[in-house]
Design a protein around this ligand. Sequence first.
Ligand code: BES
Ligand code: MN
Ligand code: ZN
Length: 514
Amino acid sequence: MSVTVETRSALEAKAGVLAIPLAKLAENKRLPARITALDKASGGRIQQVVAAGDFDGSKDQVVLVRPDEGIAATRILLLGLGDEKALDATALRAAAGSALRAARRHKANALAILSPAGRRVRAAAAGQALAEGVVLGAYRFDRHQTSDEKDASKKKAQGEIKTALLFEKGADARNARGGAKVGVILAESQNLARDLSNEPPNILPPVALAKAAKDMSQDVGLKVRILEPKELEKLGMGAMLAVGQGSVNPARLIVMEHNAPPKRATKGTRKRKTICLVGKGVCFDSGGLSLKPSASMTKMKHDMSGGATVVGAMRAAALLKVPHHVVGIVGAVENMPSGTAYRVDDVLTSASGKTIEITNTDAEGRLVLADCLDYAQKNYAPAAIIDLATLTGAVIMALGGWAAAVLGNNEALSKAIVAAGEATGERYWPLPLWEVHRDHMRSKIADLRQTGGREAGTTSAAAFLGHFVSDDIPWAHLDIAGVADTERGTSTHVAGATGFGVRSLLEWLRNGKF
Ligand code: BES
Ligand code: MN
Ligand code: ZN
């Protein structure tokens, strides 16, 4: 999508929609100095709606005005940002999403957004947030809708919307340009994650997810390897393979690498830290023999959202040239009931050698992750491991659609994830994971039991995973079951997959300390 930073004045911006995000106006309703000239040239239209009480900059206010011909734009869209003191990237991102949606509604081919950058949000951050907002706001998942001729002509009439972000000449514009480039990459990577998660399970079984990851990897220059069931058997990945064995669609292990160290390490590459990102890629979760009731089975195409986020994050890591060795590992399987399916009461041997007593075939995600976490540690010496998974219904009870849960073995890492989420508008909240929880997962007939009962379900799932992670590797488990998809639309989200985690992971990878 085309997003450029321009330095021309708002009066000269040729656009179907000129969006002006404004913080809450002062009591005297006076307009900020930087838009008084624009207001005059447009026939005082902005002052008019303000005087009439139709717009005061309150959060999420959207007011459209038709200016006189003194300015180049056809429409002015006033967007309320809320209290100036609380102004942040999240508010700008949302405003840019609204602007894009308005431009689309009015069939504008060009959108201009007058940057509200200032002391609270600097030019680079503003450029990034605005770019993210328009690219996320433009997202829709309509590739499976056949359009009749009317729709087709509608589509033709409106091609891609060109967006210009208006900044002050000089350092501001330069910084904004850098920020906008980053923002476009991040949002497009998040949109890729959304596409993968939204894709129906008949169209995106494990093999197709692997192909999508491979194609993306080759496009952006990542090293990529896809492992098939035969190889997984050799590696002893009995937990992940058991989950997939009931399906006619075979499993795949996807391994993507950014900045893979050369065979013989040179000065620069030796210092690089390795970070492993692990994703649950259950392309469809029927529950297996512990079959889900129908109502709970819908939307289970999204059960590979953790994997989708890892694929999106790897794309962004490559394009943004993250200065670390980043490895993305996705366990892709389909959980189905059949005569070949794994059973309750089975005892599995995982790649780590630990045996697992199966108690509910619907708790499949932790089995896939157990083998993937083991793979990460056997093949790399990670400075940190982060896994993402739509792992438990319990996290939805605890945090709803408002936040993902973060658990793990390292408080500093968990805190860093929470902070990265705050910076990017993706909320994480910690849940406890203690030794008592790990003990709770021991089995009478195998090393571990798969599930820990109804209580503290998100923690017991994490406690199970903890048995597969070495204590001296910082590890964070992100349970994204409540946030990976949404029924509600916002200015940057349509109903369906959210691509949650891509931007916060990159925030942590680019600015975190480890
Ligand atoms: N994929 C589900 C978790 C889930 C539930 C994600 C609802 C999104 C929305 C997971 O595989 C699962 O079924 N978990 C079980 C575990 C239980 C059997 C211990 C659950 O949470 O009910
Ligand atoms: Mn399940
Ligand atoms: Zn699942």
